[in-house]
Design a protein around this ligand. Structure first.
Ligand code: NAD
Ligand code: TDX
Length: 345
């Protein structure tokens, strides 16, 4: 079995590659990644010399290169993680989101049509459903919830999902889609809430909380997401959408306080800043379908997952300091001098 994993130098894609290489030593895994600011080759260092693994630096929008790789590797399965993934960046500069998230998806699927595959899997997000009101805790996103996007990011992901389903209906491409809630864990780029707050707290920098900090996200440990995708690509039904989430809703402010507590940092670091434009209030996934059909359940409790995550950032300062791009580096200082590498939650 040969699997092409796009975006494998990023957060979830790299965790997925580690999972697959360990679980299926007989598989060949090809990572195709453009190495944007969010992708980093050092992340893949643990598998770089593994004979099962090949890394190719390539843009999923580059048809010629993508076709060449398909011609060389003849993959059985393609899992498309590659995307511009940060909502705030999409608000500043939507163009690249449309290019990578929509046109890149179309290019990958055209290659699948041309060379033939057994499964094209699109890694999507719960953000395509828009948001839920805070005063209706009884409401959840199901696979039938209408698409109703808020940001250029979520709109680009929704457009890609529609294309994927259209390629299935029009060309019979064997596709599947998973829509996951917010992930957290190792190798998460420190522009997103949890790793940003950990990095800033370690550097005694302000912790910027948007608006009142009462927005709710449904957090899932990244390994649980990877296991769910593994199940969907092997056992999920073609043409189907699967929601992935762990019924773990938290307010942003509570997460930030939890991180302060774990690192022994004062709440006075918390700084309320101007709210994100069009800020989604609440995400909450109903994972009944993937549970009933594929037997998936999240295995990591939030209390354990956040502890492991904070510990990982403590032990891997070098990783997150290195991956932070120039524009961020100016706001960060070296986290040398941290010698207390245990945390207590
Ligand atoms: P990330 O930003 O950490 O990584 C994205 C990766 O894609 C990077 O390695 C980057 O170099 C690569 N990439 C970007 N543009 C590319 C291009 N044109 N060609 C090839 N590679 C390119 O993102 P992530 O958080 O790991 O998210 C992965 C996927 O999962 C995305 O599709 C995202 O929409 C989806 N998702 C993320 C979350 C989350 O909480 N992070 C939740 C649900 C779904
Ligand atoms: O500095 C911050 N302060 C803050 O209050 C940042 C970066 C975020 N926030 C808030 C905004 C959100 O309510 O925290 C919440 C989480 O923000 P992000 O980490 O940017 O994630 P979100 O916007 O929820 O989107 C994430 O989940 C779905 C991923 O980035 C997407 O790729 C995924 O599709």
């Amino acid at each position: 079995m040969t699997i092409i994993v796009t975006g494998g130098a990023g957060f979830i894609g790299s965790n997925f590659i580690f999972h697959m290489i360990e679980r299926y030593p007989e598989y060949r895994i090809i990572c195709l990644d453009k190495l944007t600011y969010a992708g980093n080759l050092s992340t893949l260092a643990p598998v770089m010399d593994n004979p099962q693994f090949r890394f190719v630096k390539a843009d999923i929008c580059d048809r010629e290169v993508v076709y060449k790789i398909f011609g060389e590797e003849h993959p059985d399965i393609v899992v498309n993680f590659a995307a511009e993934s940060h909502v705030d960046r999409s608000i500043e500069n939507p163009g690249v989101f449309l290019e990578t998230n929509i046109m890149g998806t179309a290019t990958m699927m055209d290659a699948c049509r041309k060379y033939g595959i057994t499964r094209y899997h699109q890694v999507s997000t719960d953000e395509v459903y828009g948001d839920l009101p805070l005063d209706r805790p009884d409401l959840f996103f199901t696979e039938e919830t209408p698409i109703h996007t808020s940001s250029p990011y979520s709109s680009s992901k929704a457009a890609a999902d529609l294309l994927v389903l259209a390629y299935h209906r029009t060309y019979g491409l064997p596709v599947s889609i998973s829509r996951c809630s917010n992930n957290y864990g190792p190798y998460h780029f420190p522009e997103k809430l949890i790793p940003l707050m950990i990095a800033n707290a370690l550097n005694d920098k302000p912790l910027p909380v948007y608006g009142e900090g009462i927005n709710v996200r449904d957090w899932l440990y990244v390994e649980d997401h990877c296991k769910a995708i593994d199940l969907v690509i092997h056992k999920g039904r073609v043409g189907e959408v699967y929601n992935i989430g762990g019924h773990n809703e938290m307010r942003n402010i509570d997460i930030v306080k939890m991180i302060c507590d774990a690192l022994g940092k004062p709440y006075s670091l918390i700084t309320y800043v101007t709210d994100r434009k069009g800020h989604d209030m609440r995400y909450a996934i109903d994972p009944t379908k993937i549970h009933n059909e594929l037997g998936w359940l999240p295995e990591t409790k939030f209390a354990d997952g956040i502890k492991k995550t904070i510990q990982w950032y403590l032990y891997n300062c070098e990783w997150w300091e290195t991956v932070i791009s120039g524009e961020y580096q100016t706001t960060m200082r070296k986290c040398t001098g941290i010698d207390n590498r245990t945390i207590d939650i």
